[in-house]
Write a protein that binds this ligand. Structure first.
Ligand SMILES: [Cu+2]
Length: 75
């Protein structure tokens, strides 16, 4: 573990129930470099913690898109 973690909130579009949020968490936590993903269906956001040396935000957003949703970084 490098101990370096970056946190980012993403706004998610396309979720229609709480299991969509769980599906996104599982997809993201399968990615090497992602430490934690917490998706809220109610808030339509994902809070993701990742090691920027191992995985980029573009890869995270692509994985969400692959699962059938869209993601936009919240600044
Ligand atoms: Cu759903």
């Amino acid at each position: 573990m490098s101990g370096r973690a970056e946190r980012q909130t993403l706004r998610i579009a396309g979720m229609h129930c709480a299991s969509c949020a769980m599906a996104i968490d599982m997809e993201l936590e399968d990615l090497p470099g992602v430490a934690e993903a917490r998706t809220s269906y109610a808030r339509a956001t994902t809070d993701v913690a990742f090691d920027p040396a191992r995985v980029g935000l573009d890869v995270i957003i692509a994985a969400i898109r692959q699962a059938g949703y869209t993601a936009q970084p919240v600044t």
